[in-house]
Write a protein that binds this ligand. Structure first.
Ligand code: FAD
Length: 379
C-alpha cells in the first residue's frame, strides 16, 4: 500500500488528489490536508466585492472528498520534512511515499505599515464581505486599488475590480474616480509594452487612472505613502504583498524571500518523491521573469505531479509534462470579459494575448467555476 500526502486543498492540491484517486489502486491512501474547511475559486472575490454574487454560493466543503476516497484532514501543517517525507498536523506526524506541496501564496499585509488599519484586503476571502460593505456604503470620492507587492496571483484581477467598480458606482448615482497603482512599470507585464499601452488606454477611456512605478512604503489615514510622494484616497482596496508560506521556508524547500524551485516540466523538487505545484512555486519563463501565478497553472501543475507519482509507483516511465498554457479572465462589465491567455512557457518568448471583450469569455468564466466544482465535488 502506498500513501501520498497532498498539502493544500486549493487548485493544485485538488487537481493532484483527484488525478491520483483515478490512477492509484483503491487501497493506496491519498490524504489531503488544509487548514481551511472549504474550497472556492479566486475570482469569486471580485463578484462578492461588487455584489454580483456571494462567496458562499461558490464554496464547497473539502470534507466532501472523503466520499470520493480522498481522506481529508483539516488543520494547519506546522512542520514539513522533505527528507523524511513527513508532516505534522494537529499534533500528529504523518509519513508518505510521495508528497505534493500545494500550499499557495501567503498574503503578508503586515509587511506594509498601516495597510491593515486603513485598507481593505480584497485578496483575503474573510475580508471581502467587509470590503463589499465599505463599497456599498461609499458616498463618493477617490477609490484607490493598490498593488503593494509582486508577485501576486492573477495579475489582471486588480484591473478587473477597478473596471467593475468604475461601472458600478455611477449606476448607483455616486460620483467617484477610480485608480490603480502598481510597483511595476506596466499594468499586466506579460502582455509586453505595446499591448499594455493599449490596455492602459482602454482604462483611461473609462476614466480609470493607472499609476505605474508606484511602490508604497506605508499607509496612513486617507493617504498612501510612496518612496517619492503621497496619494490621497477615500476608499483603499489592497492587493497585499505575498510570500511563500513559512512552513515551506522552514522545511528548506525554499530559501527565505523566495519560492519553491521545481523542474518546470515535471514539478519535481530537489527532494526525492516531493513535488510542488501552484502559487508556492516559481518557474522562470523565456524572458527570465517568473510565470504569473494562476489557478489554471496550479491545476495543471498538480495534475502533472500526480501523473508522475502514479507512473513512479507503477514503475513505468512518466511522460506527463507541465505546458504553461491557459490564462486568467478579466471581466469588464456589460456582460463581457476579456482573457489574458496563451502559451506562457513558449520559446523564444511567451506567446500571450489580451483577447477582445466578449460575452463568450464571461460565459467561459462562469462555466469554468461550475465545471470545476462539479468535477471535484460531485461524488
Ligand atoms: C480576485 C482573484 C481572481 C482570480 N482569477 C483567476 C482566474 O481568472 N484564472 C486563474 O487561473 N486564476 C485566478 N486567480 C488566481 C488563483 O485563485 C490562484 O492562483 C490559485 O488559487 C492558486 O492555487 P494554489 O492551489 O496554488 O493555492 P490556493 O488556492 O491558495 O490553495 C492553497 C491552500 O493551502 C492551504 N494552506 C496554506 N498553508 C497551510 C498550512 N500551513 N497548513 C494547512 N493548509 C495550508 C490554504 O488554506 C489553501 O487552501 C484569481 C485570484 C484572485 C484573488
Amino acid at each position: 500500500m502506498k500513501r501520498v500526502l497532498i498539502l493544500g486543498g486549493g487548485f493544485g492540491g485538488l487537481a493532484a488528489a483527484h488525478s491520483l484517486r483515478q490512477s492509484l489502486a483503491a487501497e493506496d491512501e491519498i490524504i489531503l490536508i488544509d487548514q481551511r474547511a472549504q474550497f472556492m475559486v479566486g475570482f469569486r472575490k471580485s463578484w462578492a466585492l461588487v455584489g454580483e454574487s456571494t462567496l458562499e454560493a461558490g464554496q464547497r466543503s473539502l470534507a466532501d472528498l472523503n466520499q470520493q476516497g480522498i481522506k481529508v484532514i483539516q488543520g494547519a501543517i506546522t512542520k514539513l520534512d522533505p527528507v523524511a517525507r513527513s508532516v505534522e498536523v494537529n499534533g500528529q506526524r504523518l509519513e508518505a511515499d510521495a508528497i505534493v506541496v500545494a500550499l499557495g501564496a501567503r498574503r503578508a499585509p503586515e509587511k506594509v505599515p498601516g495597510l491593515q488599519a486603513y485598507g481593505y484586503n480584497v485578496y483575503e476571502a474573510a475580508e471581502v464581505p467587509r470590503a463589499a460593505q465599505a463599497l456599498h456604503d461609499f458616498k463618493g470620492g477617490r477609490v484607490v486599488i493598490g498593488i503593494f507587492g509582486i508577485p501576486y496571483p492573477c495579475p489582471p484581477a486588480p484591473y478587473e475590480m477597478a473596471i467593475l467598480i468604475n461601472s458600478l458606482l455611477p449606476q448607483r448615482g455616486i460620483s467617484a474616480t477610480v485608480e490603480v497603482f502598481s510597483p511595476q512599470p506596466l499594468s499586466i507585464p506579460i502582455l509586453g509594452e505595446v499591448r499594455c499601452s493599449d490596455f492602459e488606454s482602454q482604462l483611461a477611456e473609462k476614466g480609470i487612472a493607472f499609476l505605474p512605478n508606484h511602490k508604497a512604503t506605508a499607509v496612513e489615514a486617507g493617504e498612501v505613502v510612496f518612496a517619492n510622494g503621497r496619494r490621497p484616497f477615500d476608499l483603499l482596496l489592497t492587493v497585499p504583498p505575498h510570500q511563500c508560506p513559512p512552513v515551506i521556508v522552514d522545511s528548506g524547500l525554499a530559501a527565505s524571500g523566495e519560492w519553491i524551485k521545481v523542474n518546470p516540466r515535471t514539478m519535481e523538487t530537489q527532494f526525492e518523491g516531493v513535488y510542488a505545484a501552484g502559487d508556492c512555486v516559481e518557474i522562470m519563463m523565456a524572458t527570465n521573469k517568473p510565470l504569473p501565478k494562476a489557478g489554471v497553472f496550479a491545476e495543471a501543475m498538480g495534475r502533472t505531479a500526480a501523473q508522475r507519482i502514479a507512473a513512479a509507483f507503477a514503475g513505468i516511465p512518466a511522460d506527463a509534462q507541465f505546458a504553461g498554457e491557459g490564462g486568467c479572465f478579466l471581466e469588464v462589465g456589460n456582460g463581457e470579459a476579456m482573457m489574458v491567455k496563451g502559451s506562457f512557457l513558449a520559446q523564444p518568448a511567451p506567446d500571450v494575448i489580451l483577447t477582445e471583450a466578449s460575452s463568450r469569455y464571461l460565459d467561459q468564466k462562469r462555466n469554468f467555476e461550475a465545471e470545476l466544482l462539479k468535477r471535484w465535488f460531485t461524488a
